[in-house]
Design a protein around this ligand. Sequence first.
Ligand SMILES: C[S@@+](CC[C@H](N)C(=O)[O-])C[C@H]1O[C@@H](n2cnc3c(N)ncnc32)[C@H](O)[C@@H]1O
Length: 208
Amino acid sequence: MDKNYWKGIYSKQSEGEQPSLFARYIAETHDIEGKGIIELGCGNGRDAIFFANANAQVTALDQCDNIIELLNYRYRTVENLNFKCADFTCLDDNNKYDIVYSRFTLHSISKKQEEKVTSWAFRNLNPNGRLCIEVRGQKNEIYQVGTPIDGEPDAFILNDHYRRFIHFESFCKELNSLGFKLDYAKEQRGFAPYKGTDETYIRIVASK
Ligand SMILES: C[S@@+](CC[C@H](N)C(=O)[O-])C[C@H]1O[C@@H](n2cnc3c(N)ncnc32)[C@H](O)[C@@H]1O
């Protein structure tokens, strides 16, 4: 979904973006050195690069071939960092990870795809592995702004861009019923201030 929107953004992308506060939070609260991390929807790669610099073994996926080609070329000598063009909603079960990391990507996919991704994460995490998610929820300031989508509750198109807003409590329950334990789960401001705004987001760290 929205592949051309993101490809357009990345065709104008410059280097040198700082890692997100979420990536820093994960690195501060977990020992990631030597750990296998898969990032779902890595965008310009800033968080994947940050995790690799902290000596994690990183696989970072995005659906946009233009940014993945650029990142693979730019980081071709970094052995513990591997970018792949892939749809993270249909991954196979061939590898195991210590951390599945998704920042601002679960709101890009349908509810059905989200359920596929969270159960894939549970199956493909090592014992004691973590699912780390930051995402727009229904307390987000642009919830219900834009054109609603028929048959997809809580999904809206705004400025040609699809977003589906997650219901925090239901999502926590769904993770619990898959077998995850919630180490950290909050919906609040302060997680991702951006250009003078400070919107409300969901942040979850769930362990297997
Ligand atoms: C809002 S950006 C977030 C990028 C990055 N995680 C960050 O926080 O800077 C969302 C990214 O997810 C990617 N994406 C969305 N759906 C995807 C899918 N099904 N498979 C792979 N990538 C996807 C988009 O191409 C885009 O790069």
